[in-house]
Design a protein around this ligand. Sequence first.
Ligand SMILES: [Zn+2]
Ligand SMILES: [Zn+2]
Length: 284
Amino acid sequence: MPFFGAHMSISGGLELAFERISRAGGESLQIFSRNQRQWRAEPISDDEARRFTAAWRQWGNFPVAVHDSYLINLASTSRETAEKSIQALAAELERTARLGVPWLVMHPGSHLGAGVEAGLRTFKNNLDKVFQATPETNKVMILLETTAGQGTGLGADFNELAFIINESKWSERLGVCLDTCHIFAAGYDFRTPGEYRQTFTDFDQIIGLEKLKLFHLNDSKKELGSRVDRHEHIGRGKIGLPGFALLVNDPRFASHPMILETPKSEDPAEDRVNLTTLRNLLKS
Ligand SMILES: [Zn+2]
Ligand SMILES: [Zn+2]
């Protein structure tokens, strides 16, 4: 059975995310390691790391990932933004390593008009600088997230992620996070057995299934190929339950973390409903 979980707030303390995911009944977790809308962020203190690790153990040592800040754009054409993004991503990697978390999920950024190939090269070069500058974070793998391809966003085509992974000097430090809403908005269908098979055959041939480490499970408010990223509750969007049933029962992903990023309030009720929906799709 996959590890079904959700993205949780760290408001009040990083370790509180474990209490929140426990209450929702999740068995995998994603967090931001600092406020995702600010450039400046303090490093993780020894005390914070200790409390985090203790709460993680208490919850059951389930899979955990960190998601990077939305401000980071390693593909930016602005020298200043690219430089700030390099610093911020290095700090993200250091915080992830300090927490003992194995994965940092990030978006491949936006080329801002420079063109896809130029954007991918800029991204890759800047990413390699970050790896070069942070040798002590070598236990953390960066997971490039598939995107919906809004605006000049990179990463909506599996070939773009493959390009980064193949061109980077640190290929072995790179994996992929597949977001179901994003690939659907990008035009990859998986609602019927035939389409499902085709999409994952493409992924395997272009990137390699061994690079796929984690899923974001979100339904989509927008149509197939819309290139618009709007998350919806599982089964209530344009993807629908049959597509999710194919995914959660795929034996190749039977021990992968599958993490919700669906809309919610403070209360864990919505996460609990979505997690139950997913578990009900499992064929015993
Ligand atoms: Zn993301
Ligand atoms: Zn996502």
